[in-house]
Design a protein around this ligand. Structure first.
Ligand code: ZN
Ligand code: ZN
Length: 389
């Protein structure tokens, strides 16, 4: 039986939880209502070992199997936070909070892990301990990192850890995974190019930071095309560009740019950072300007351990009948990477339907048809990695 029968019965309830969470999106570490709802649901399943206040509003729930003969402990993680986006779906369960929206499907991830928790608490058909990690602040702030820093892996004795994200474009309930890097390291930078402001009609009496910045923007694109190994991915995107004037007849004093560097390899990450600094500083200097580069390293690469990828893929194949095992990596980031640095494990993508908006779009919506497959995969991971004695 691919999809566990129990989830056909609980699908409507889990959908209702998901839609309730969708109505009450919260941001970053401030998931007070979300966290309260998750705790209430967990308690209603008879789960009593719940630790709240982890990474401010995260929770850890422990479910013991019927037996524990080998001391096995498997962690399952769901992210719970929303995005600062104004929802434009027109759904009757749309966000009730202006400017906040579950546009990445974390409402779905949370509801699916709750569904799995209910099933595992009812059946306990495994030999060991399931540790459910509900985390805040995936979209920024690194709630996953904070949970690891607060010692959840050691405190709860987690030996392996698994996570899941929905994927628009893939059929609902289908799974995709790959060994090694699946998601990118996400670094951020702020570039400030300073010249000498002046009258737009007298450029020879000024030092124009706009022209220098234009060369900087083109110059940093040579990192991907000329500096790093063409077989190793790197993205350099300059996203914000502001000069300190809005006038049509003033050469500004300075220009500020913000952007991101995405990589899948530690060596490429180092090379991209040093190259960016060198190109920006030298290019500014070539145009008579100075440059300041503030470079901040964000989430590390999300790396699936080979063996654990096989386990995750086998569970997915059991649930869905088949699984894509060579999905190309995605240059988005994920703070589950910190959990995978702390413990071996794997991250899998589950289809959110072939139609519809992508994540982080105001028209995005999680596909509730995915719920039985997602819940079954979480439950299957526990029952396969800790088979009943
Ligand atoms: Zn997201
Ligand atoms: Zn997400």
């Amino acid at each position: 039986m691919p999809i566990k029968n129990r989830f056909a019965e609980t699908h409507a309830d889990i959908t209702a939880w998901r839609r309730h969470l969708h109505e009450i999106p919260e941001l970053d570490f401030d998931l007070f209502e979300t966290s309260k709802f998750v705790e209430e649901r967990l308690r209603s399943f008879g789960i009593t070992d719940i630790t709240t206040g982890v990474a401010k509003t995260g929770l850890v729930a422990v479910i013991k199997g019927k037996t524990d003969t080998k001391g096995r402990v498997i962690g399952l993680r769901a992210d719970m936070d929303a995005l600062p986006i104004e929802e434009a779906t027109g759904l009757d369960y749309a966000s009730k909070t202006p400017g906040k929206m579950h546009a990445c499907g974390h409402d779905g991830h949370t509801a699916m892990l709750l569904g799995a928790a209910q099933y595992l608490a009812e059946t306990r058909n495994f030999d060991g301990t399931a540790v459910l990690l509900f985390q805040p602040a995936e979209e920024g702030g690194g709630g996953g990192r904070v949970m690891v820093e607060e010692g959840v892996m050691d405190r709860f004795g987690v030996q392996e850890v698994y996570g899941m994200h929905n994927m628009p474009g893939l059929k609902a309930g289908e799974f995709a995974i790959c060994k090694g890097p699946l998601l990118a390291a996400t670094d951020e930078f702020v570039l400030t190019v300073t010249g000498q402001g002046g009258h737009a009609a007298a450029p020879h009496e000024a030092v124009d930071p706009n022209v220098a910045s234009a060369h900087v923007i083109l110059g940093v694109q040579s990192i991907a095309s000329r500096i790093t190994d063409p077989l190793k991915q790197v993205v350099v995107s300059i996203c914000a560009l502001h000069s300190d004037t809005d006038a049509h007849n003033v050469i500004p004093q300075s220009v500020t740019m913000r952007g991101t560097v995405r990589t899948l390899d530690a060596g490429v990450r180092d090379l991209a950072e040093t190259s960016l600094k060198r190109i920006v500083e030298a290019t500014a200097q070539a145009h008579g300007c100075t440059a300041d580069v503030a470079y901040v390293r964000g989430y590390p690469v999300t790396v699936n351990a080979d063996e654990n990828t096989d386990y995750a893929a086998e569970a997915a194949a059991a649930v869905a009948g088949s699984v894509i095992t060579d999905t190309p990596p995605i240059m988005a980031g994920e703070d589950f990477s910190y959990m995978l640095e702390a413990r071996p494990g794997a991250y899998i993508m589950v289809g959110n339907g072939e139609e519809g908006a992508t994540v982080h779009h105001p028209a995005y919506d999680f596909d509730d048809d995915t719920i039985p497959a997602g819940c079954s995969w979480f439950a299957e991971m526990i029952e396969r990695r800790m088979p009943a004695a």
